[in-house]
Design a protein around this ligand. Structure first.
Ligand SMILES: [Zn+2]
Length: 278
């Protein structure tokens, strides 16, 4: 019997067999350093079983991804259902739909319950979702106010509302409404918790966010830095900030509704940013 060295494992074997094209393709895809046209029986078996495992993993990944995509789509129906229930004053039904919606986002972004963060929505296609999420927590904050048994959930909703609201143009509107609500709420402490957190979380430049369609872009950060480093350190600057936060949400809303304005406004802002001190 002739003896021969397998070029892959360097074992001395009686024969090497040519690899099927499928196995060669698999080795290429798996990033094998050197591909030999013929290897020993052991190597053949090893490659085959590794390919089987890889195939199973790939299928599992794909099923997970498909499931995520399905869930992401179904969230729209839940929001519609919840809003309709709010209109009908079926608050517990609304809460169930909203809670499912939040759970879906947690699964899609792969975070633990209660740990949804605005930064997860960085992908620009998803930033408009921030306003939806803020609206959900605002409704939940009020729904949970109907009974003391929802205490912890109401606190979480208050905290999350403050986290998300600052990235949305509905910020001043909700803060105003919450202020009124805190006077009649069953549990005013939770509403005040939100108001306090909202005051501490600095809000974004709404116009820039609307114009660039993206609350996490470089331009928005540049404007924010200018506000925090320069404007907020003198009286005139602070007065400007106050007036700005009063009028800008309306302008941002207008830009959101008239996407044609986005490009020229973004161009003006970019030019402006070039002249800001750093
Ligand atoms: Zn071998």
């Amino acid at each position: 019997m002739s003896e021969i060295m397998c070029p892959r494992c360097s074992n001395i074997v009686s024969e090497v067999l040519p690899l099927e094209t499928g196995l060669i393709e698999y080795l290429k895809a798996a990033g094998e350093a050197e591909i030999h046209p013929a290897v020993c029986g052991n190597c053949q078996n090893e490659i085959r079983s590794s390919m089987g495992r890889g195939g199973v993993l790939l299928a599992r990944e794909k099923a997970k991804e498909d499931n995520r995509r399905r869930m992401w789509k179904s969230r729209v129906g839940l929001i519609k259902k919840a809003r309709q229930a709010m209109l009908n004053k079926s608050f517990s039904e609304a809460a169930v739909a909203y809670e499912k919606y939040v759970r879906i986002l947690e699964v899609v972004f792969d975070v633990k319950p209660g740990e949804l963060r605005p930064e997860l929505f960085k992908d620009s296609a998803r930033t408009s979702e921030l306003t939806v999420v803020a609206g959900v927590y605002w409704d939940l904050l009020r729904i949970y106010d109907t009974s003391d048994k929802y205490g912890p959930r109401q606190q979480l909703a208050a905290k999350q509302l403050a986290n998300f609201l600052r990235f949305t143009p509905i910020y001043p509107d909700i803060v105003k409404k919450a202020d009124v609500f805190s006077r009649t709420a069953r549990n005013p402490a939770a509403v005040k918790l939100f108001l306090k957190a909202a005051g501490e979380n600095k809000s974004r430049c709404f116009i820039a966010t609307a114009a660039f369609s993206h609350p996490f872009c470089e331009e928005v950060f540049a404007l924010q830095e200018f506000r925090d480093k320069y404007l907020s350190h003198n009286k005139l600057g602070r007065a400007f900030i106050k007036i700005y936060y009063f009028v800008s949400p309306k302008i941002a809303e207008f830009i959101d509704k008239n996407p044609g304005c986005k490009r020229p406004v973004a161009a003006v802002l970019r030019r402006l940013i070039q002249y800001l001190p750093r």
